[in-house]
Design a protein around this ligand. Structure first.
Ligand code: UD1
Length: 422
């Protein structure tokens, strides 16, 4: 079991390069299953446990995947099964997006109900409603979703999503690429990762229009080919370093950070007293006066609002702000597990319903803490870097799910942080 040991209080300085986006590469790997001809080359693939899981999942049903540095070559022309191993799918919620491609290409799929981060109930009812609207028969047996297309294949449909779900938008968009006729998804998720997925699908020969807006139109085509695609930079990883740079930096440049994907974060950090400057290659964050942020109120919501995946990291940074901050989580229930750990480090936070009320303290103190999910883990690392003394973070496998060399990247900025394997 790995642990992360941090000597807090060091200032951060220098350049850090952001890797490809986890939340784009996962659906893109699933989408590669749609190609009945040709090989895909997916570039800028980060080295993450979640990516390994997705590679294992698609390999287990016959896709041939080869890694050359940060490029993955995927040959899905000869698949052997429409039922990926249940234990692999259960391990990661994002695996459920293999359902749409398999259903569309083979007319059937059997996919276990997913697991994932420990952040509240995360149903897939909207995915299933979408498949049903396209003519599929959807049944639930022994914890698995059985999907069966009508004779002649899926048909286009007009689908309104009650919630702008990221995963449901992806699953329906992928299924619609090979359906007969036009599918319209209304109240679609607008996240940049979904735009990246649509760009990859279009490079494969699909006809997807409107990704990044509320309404996506997909005209079905008979078949898709492999394609070359470079994954967008990870805005959550970029945001994690910008938050750390704001609260601890002596000038940190986050290379590859795309400012148009990070408008809400940049606005909130600026309101909290940070100075950020973007250019074509990335975003620089300058040191703040008095080395403490100002208290702010933040509410998470769907893109382009403040992302739930940067909630925990911002809470960590606000623990030492001057004044009282409020963080309201509207996307997921139960996503405040990091708060008990931050309290152990001296943070003064209490929870009122969906809001965390953060009374800024002068300083945090190092402690032994446990990451309960991916972003909670990143928050505890930031808190450890801010704290006086030593912090030991356990539950590091959560961090490995979604950060490519977080420890090495903080080391390159001058942090006293190391990973202990035992
Ligand atoms: C994706 C991201 C995750 C991020 C989240 C919200 C990936 C791999 N993961 O997760 O990092 O935190 O978006 O930005 O891209 N819901 C339903 N029924 C459904 C689907 C969702 O009720 O069928 C609810 C969920 O419980 C949740 C909300 O909708 O409360 C948002 O979920 P969704 O957008 O689907 O998130 P994911 O795609 O799982």
């Amino acid at each position: 079991m790995a642990e992360i040991l941090i000597e807090g209080g060091r200032r951060l300085q220098g350049t850090v390069r952001v890797s490809g986006a986890k939340n784009a590469v996962l659906p893109i790997l699933a989408a590669s299953l749609l190609a009945s001809r040709g090989v895909s080359a997916i570039e800028e693939v980060p080295s993450l446990l979640d990516v390994e899981h997705m590679i294992q999942t698609i390999s287990a049903i016959g896709a041939r995947v080869q890694r050359e540095g940060t490029t993955l070559r995927v040959d899905a022309t000869q698949l052997s099964s429409v039922e990926p191993p249940h234990d692999l799918v259960r391990r990661m919620r994002a695996s459920f997006v293999v359902a749409g491609p398999l259903l569309a290409r083979f007319g059937e799929a059997v996919v276990a109900l997913p697991g994932g981060c420990n952040i509240g109930p995360r149903p897939v009812d909207l995915h299933m409603k979408g498949f049903e609207a396209m003519g599929a028969r959807v049944t639930l047996e022994n914890g698995c979703v059985h999907l069966q297309a009508p004779p002649g294949g899926l048909h286009g449909a007009r689908i309104y999503l009650d919630i702008a779900s990221v995963g449901a938008t992806q699953n329906i968009m992928m299924a619609a690429c090979l359906a007969n006729g036009q599918t319209i998804i209304e109240n679609a998720a607008k996240e940049p990762e979904n735009v990246d997925l649509a760009n990859y699908l279009n490079a494969m020969g699909a006809r997807v229009r409107g990704a990044g807006t509320d309404t996506i139109r997909i005209d079905g085509v008979p078949e898709l080919n492999g394609a070359v695609h470079s994954v967008i930079p990870d805005r959550i990883e970029a945001g994690t370093f910008l938050i750390a740079g704001a609260v601890l930096g002596e000038g940190v440049y986050v290379e590859n950070a795309v400012s148009e994907h990070l408008t809400s974060l940049v606005a909130k950090l600026t309101e909290a007293g940070a100075t950020l400057e973007d250019d074509v290659r990335g975003i620089r964050v300058w040191p703040i006066e008095q080395r403490r942020l100002r208290a702010i109120d933040v509410k998470t919501h769907y893109y382009p609002a403040y992302p739930t995946d940067l909630q925990a990291q911002m809470v960590a940074a606000l623990t030492t702000a001057t004044g009282t901050s409020m963080m309201t989580e509207t996307v997921f229930e139960n996503r405040f597990m990091h708060i008990a750990e931050l309290q152990r480090m001296g943070a003064e936070i209490h929870i009122e319903g969906r809001t965390a009320v953060i009374e800024g303290v002068e300083a945090l103190s190092g402690a032994q803490v446990t990451a309960t999910d991916l972003r909670a883990g990143a928050a505890l690392v930031i808190a450890g870097l801010m704290a006086d003394g030593q912090t030991m973070v356990q539950g590091v496998h959560h961090i490995d799910r979604g950060y490519d060399d977080l420890v090495g990247k903080f080391q390159s900025l001058g942090a006293a942080i190391r990973r202990l394997e035992s």
